[in-house]
Design a protein around this ligand. Structure first.
Ligand SMILES: Nc1ncnc2c1ncn2[C@@H]1O[C@H](COP(=O)(O)OP(=O)(O)OP(=O)(O)O)[C@@H](O)[C@H]1O
Ligand SMILES: [Mg+2]
Length: 222
């Protein structure tokens, strides 16, 4: 996945905010990339553009030679459902569904068969260590458990890219370390490329490639 010269301008009444100013980034397969930057530097905007949730004002997101930003909205939504896993800072789970049902949901939307869904849910619950919490509703989990469930949900359709916006934002240091261990393990097990955007150096330390974001631009951290 390659982001080229991304610009994004939010227009709110008379106020224009330039959130992305020529941001460029390449995500390599099976590699964990971190973008670290201060509040307001454009990290969430970058994630939303890469996920196809918002259309950038300018630039391109190239995947397999195709520009995601030029796809009509239905094709973009399909692309997102099948190819991108998204983990946000919080509220990743449907509060009324239990953990297993939350993981099932994206697979059902894709029309996968019951047996296949069941096997994938069991596998993911095991990988994220939540087998004994499978019947808990979203609201009945600790912060760390919720984020581990969120990672399982995001990975369920076997996305090529996992995008995580402050995945440890609300967690204490040791719980955060557990979630980061999980991401590192799943990078190998699931073969996805991972992008974390964060202001937490604890997250960045774990990545294979590190970048800095400042005022909507991305720089090499080396
Ligand atoms: N929906 C919106 N409408 C208008 N301006 C917005 C909107 N979302 C973000 N912005 C502005 O765009 C800039 C970048 O915001 P963004 O949320 O991408 O930053 P961030 O790096 O994720 O910050 P944080 O670390 O606080 O989450 C900020 O100046 C913000 O105020
Ligand atoms: Mg943000």
């Amino acid at each position: 996945m390659e982001a080229r010269g991304l610009y994004h301008i939010y227009r709110e009444a008379d106020v224009e905010t330039i959130a992305l100013r020529g941001a460029a980034l390449t995500l390599e397969p099976g590699t964990w990339t971190s973008v670290m930057g201060p509040s307001g530097s454009g990290k969430s905007t970058l994630v939303y553009v890469l996920a196809g949730l918002i259309e950038p004002t300018g630039g391109a997101v190239i995947v397999d030679g195709e520009d995601l930003t030029r796809l009509p909205p239905p094709a973009r939504a399909r692309w997102r459902r099948q190819r991108v896993g998204l983990v946000l800072q919080r509220d990743n789970l449907h509060p009324l569904l239990d953990v297993a049902e939350n993981i099932e949901l994206p697979l059902r939307l894709e029309g996968r068969g019951r047996k296949q869904i069941r096997a994938r849910v069991d596998q993911l619950l095991d990988e994220v260590g939540l087998t004994d919490r499978r019947g808990h509703r979203g609201g009945q989990l600790s912060g760390g458990e919720s984020q581990r469930a969120a990672i399982a949900i995001a990975l369920a359709p076997q996305p090529r890219v996992l995008l995580a916006d402050e995945p440890t934002g609300e967690l204490d240091e040791s719980t955060a370390a557990g979630v980061l261990d999980l991401l590192a393990a799943l990078k190998a097990a699931e073969g996805a490329s991972i992008l974390t955007v964060t202001h937490n150096p604890q997250v960045t330390e774990r990545a294979d490639r590190r970048f800095i974001m400042r005022d909507g631009e991305i720089f090499d951290a080396a």
